[in-house]
Design a protein around this ligand. Structure first.
Ligand code: 289
Ligand code: CA
Length: 160
């Protein structure tokens, strides 16, 4: 009890110095992993990483694979995120499915957690629910969206 002595002060100084070293190492490691995450099919936007493995499959398959990896299908909430996804689509020259559908209620597009979408970038004339069987959303190389049959095969892009 009482005032902190010189011994305690020195102990704390040593701990701070050790923590500073650990933080520096962590920052260097983080910077390296950020580079890895973007090479070649990845993009970082804020706290999100969008990345593809190049795999193509139907909506359920892609959704399951992103989830299995600890992420979810790319679910853009603003234009910066949508542009990152578009960049990957351009790189792989293959449209991608988003983590957005109107499976629950026709015409109401929601994220996979059920939340109504806060951002969209529909192509003119879309969504048109063509042949009454388009509940999923694909991103073209323009970045524009089209509702599409969930059974079609598209590029996987997950977000983490
Ligand atoms: O099967 C129809 C789809 O491939 C797409 O065809 C045309 O691009 C437009 O009619 C789209 O709305 C439709 O999703
Ligand atoms: Ca459509």
């Amino acid at each position: 009890r009482g005032a902190i002595g010189q011994t305690e002060v020195n102990l704390m100084k040593n701990q701070v110095t050790a923590l500073e070293g650990q933080l520096k190492a962590l920052q260097a490691s983080f910077t390296k992993y950020q580079k890895v995450a973007t090479f070649p099919g990845g993009r970082i936007v804020g706290n999100k990483v969008f990345i593809t493995s190049g795999y193509e499959g139907n909506f359920d398959d892609l959704k399951q694979r992103c989830q299995q990896a600890g992420g979810q299908l790319a679910s853009p909430r603003n234009s910066a995120e949508n542009t990152a996804i578009k960049d990957i689509v351009v790189l792989y020259q293959k449209s991608a499915f988003l983590g957005i559908t109107d499976i629950q209620t026709e015409g109401t597009f929601r994220y996979l957690n059920g939340e109504t979408i806060v951002y969209s970038n529909w192509q003119a004339g879309e969504p048109n629910n063509d042949h009454n069987q388009e509940d999923c959303v694909e991103v073209y190389s323009s970045g524009k969206w089209n509702d599409k049959s969930c059974g079609e095969k598209q590029l996987i892009i997950c977000e983490f």
